[in-house]
Design a protein around this ligand. Structure first.
Ligand code: ZN
Length: 94
C-alpha cells in the first residue's frame, strides 16, 4: 500500500515540476514567448533554445534568457506552445 502511495506522490511531483525543453522537443512542441511590456509575442523553435540552454532547461525559465525583439525588454513569459490549444482531446495537460 505504502508503495502505491509513494508512486502517486511521485506522479504528483512530476506534474508540478516545470516542463523542460527536452520534453517539448520529444513531442515536437515549440515555445511560445510573450513580452509583458509591449505584448509582442513569438513562437521559438525548441531545438534552437536547446542549442543555447540545454535540454534540461525549464520552459518557464527560458524567458529570463530572452530579450524582446520589439521593445528590447527582458520581461518575457514563456510556455509550451501546445498545438490546437482549446480543442485538444487530451485532458490534464499543462
Ligand atoms: Zn516587448
Amino acid at each position: 500500500m505504502a508503495r502505491i502511495k509513494q508512486q502517486l506522490l511521485q506522479t504528483e511531483d512530476r506534474r508540478r515540476r516545470a516542463t523542460c525543453l527536452g520534453e517539448l522537443a520529444q513531442d515536437g512542441i515549440e515555445v511560445f514567448c510573450w513580452c509583458n511590456r509591449c505584448g509582442h509575442n513569438a513562437v521559438v523553435e525548441t531545438a534552437r533554445l536547446i542549442a543555447e540552454l540545454g535540454p534540461d532547461f525549464a520552459v518557464p525559465e527560458v524567458g529570463t534568457r530572452l530579450r524582446c525583439s520589439g521593445c528590447s525588454g527582458k520581461d518575457i513569459a514563456t510556455r509550451p506552445a501546445w498545438p490546437g490549444l482549446g480543442q485538444v482531446a487530451r485532458h490534464g495537460q499543462g
